[in-house]
Ligand binder design. Structure first.
Ligand SMILES: *Cc1c(COP(=O)(O)O)cnc(C)c1O
Length: 491
């Protein structure tokens, strides 16, 4: 059979079909967005498993139009909607409209930003966005590259820190590696520990620096820890400061940490995966003063810049530091090559052109507007803190500098053990209903509920409604007394 003009692939002859299919797709999505009334359908995992398993993947194709329409009942019906005001669980944001449109552009063109000959102007656009980010941080000679997320950015930063440190110490790599230490607080992201594991560092390579009791690194304790590491014959490889911890949403004192890092000649990495939105904040940029003294910075645009997943970057203060991760292949990017190949800077080879989304967002909204949107969620968070502090049925657990809310339901006449036991139960009941998605974590050894507010259109009343659901659920669960412990054992 003649294989041409069957329009399975996107090309010149299928351009009209492409437009029709995208119209169907966006129409279906628009109807969903207009109709969403809670963050999740509440379908059980068994029900979803049945739906997925019932789909035939080996039979004849049903055509693009039908395959797309089928997603409405299968996926969209049961997806988790981050834009719904009752979605307040994790660090997921509603996405900027121009970024979603740009995502359609990069998906269709399918640029890979590895070598210049695969991406041309795309490379230059990514480089311009990287330069823009460097300028916002305050890196005069900085550089960076887009990554798949904060986890990869942190991994990359630790790789550069390791090579930079090894280059400054005499001895064989194999002898030095087990002596390397990474200094971070207990609140730093677990991707730092994963990086240490991947690098084959010692089991005790990540050293916990004491905090100030509220999750922020204690800079005096940091100096003491650095001294102790040296005396033990170990080598500090990196200090990881967090600008926006995942749970408490607090910011390590970057400037005093940078003083200690400079005094000891240690690589300072600032993990601003969450707090990077402050780079464009019209009112709170000072919270990350000193970030320009880091050697590397992680930014997650898919958290506080309202970008679709994925959109992240690893940034360095000294452009030359990125060279430590460069490899060359004759078929791709030979050493003698004058072209600007982003693959020389990246841990990935084939790589998405995610920078286009932020580019389009900055052009469409302007940087100030993006910063104002992030400011709004931080303002809302302060109001929610006050609301909870005033409520006798709720207990506030610390205050975040960004947009997390840590709290417990404390129904009248119940004790602390019940409050702790209620945390996972309340979260599960709300999740199973699909009406509100909240998170849970452990702070100072005790469980608590967590809200992460990243939706600038969410109002205090929206959050009051979520808190009312939490209180009602806690009351009902506490009312069933003994059953609480038995159902919890099953959960
Ligand atoms: C979310 C987060 C990460 C990980 O980023 P991903 O994009 O999820 O890989 C790292 N560090 C901090 C502080 C984070 O909040």
């Amino acid at each position: 059979m003649e294989p041409s003009h069957v329009h399975e692939l996107l090309n010149g002859s299928s351009a009209a079909d492409y437009a029709d299919l995208l119209e169907t797709t966006t129409g279906m999505l628009a109807a969903r967005f207009a109709g969403v009334s809670q963050p999740f359908s509440g379908a059980s995992r068994q029900e979803l498993q049945r739906l997925v398993d019932a789909t035939d993947l080996d039979g004849d194709g049903i055509g693009s139009e039908k395959a797309i329409r089928e997603l409405d009942g299968l996926f969209l019906e049961h997806a988790v909607w981050f834009h719904d005001p009752a979605y307040v669980a994790h660090l997921n944001c509603p996405v900027a409209l121009p970024a979603v449109a740009a995502e359609a552009v990069l998906a269709a063109v399918n640029t890979s930003v590895d070598t210049y000959d695969q991406s041309t102007v795309g490379t230059l656009i990514e480089r311009r966005i990287v330069d823009w980010t460097a300028a916002r941080i305050g890196f005069a000679h900085g550089d960076g590259v887009f990554t798949s997320g904060g986890t990869q950015s942190n991994l990359h930063a630790m790789l550069l820190a390791r090579e930079w440190t090894l280059a400054r110490h005499d001895g064989e790599r194999a002898d030095l590696l087990p002596r390397l230490n990474i200094l971070a607080t207990a609140s730093s992201h677990f991707s730092v520990d994963k990086a240490a594991l991947l690098f084959g560092l010692a089991d005790d390579a990540v050293v916990t620096v004491p905090d100030d009791g509220e999750g922020r690194m204690d800079a005096t304790a940091l100096r003491a820890t650095l001294g102790a590491i040296r005396r033990a014959g170990r080598i500090p490889m990196a200090i990881v400061a967090t600008a926006g911890t995942t749970d408490r949403g607090v910011i390590d004192p970057v400037a005093s940490i940078a003083d200690a890092a400079d005094a000891h000649g240690v690589w300072l990495h600032v993990d601003a995966a969450y707090g990077c939105g402050l780079l464009v904040s019209p009112t709170r940029r000072d919270l990350i003063d000193g970030i320009e003294r880091a050697r590397s910075v992680t930014v997650d645009f898919h958290k506080s810049f309202f970008q679709p997943v994925s959109s992240s970057a690893i940034m360095v203060r000294d452009a030359v530091d990125l060279a430590a991760g460069a490899w060359h292949a004759d078929y791709l990017n030979p050493v003698a090559n004058a072209e600007p190949n982003q693959v020389d800077k990246s841990l990935q080879t084939t790589r998405r052109f995610d920078a286009l989304k932020l580019w389009t967002t900055l052009r469409a909204l302007g940087a100030v507007r993006v910063g104002e949107l992030f400011d709004r969620v931080v303002d809302l968070t302060a109001a929610v803190h006050d609301e909870i502090a005033r409520d006798p049925e709720l207990e506030l657990v610390g205050r975040s500098q960004l947009s997390t809310v840590l709290f417990r339901a404390i129904p009248e006449g119940t004790d602390a053990a019940t409050h702790d036991a209620l945390v996972p139960r309340v979260r599960r009941v709300l999740f199973d209903s699909g009406r509100a998605l909240v998170a849970k974590t452990v702070i100072d050894g005790r469980p608590c509920l967590k809200l992460t507010l990243l939706n600038p259109e969410t109002t205090l009343d929206d959050i009051r409604a979520v808190l009312a659901l939490v209180k009602d659920t806690a009351l009902t669960l506490a009312g069933i007394g003994d059953e609480l412990t038995t159902t919890e054992a099953r959960a």
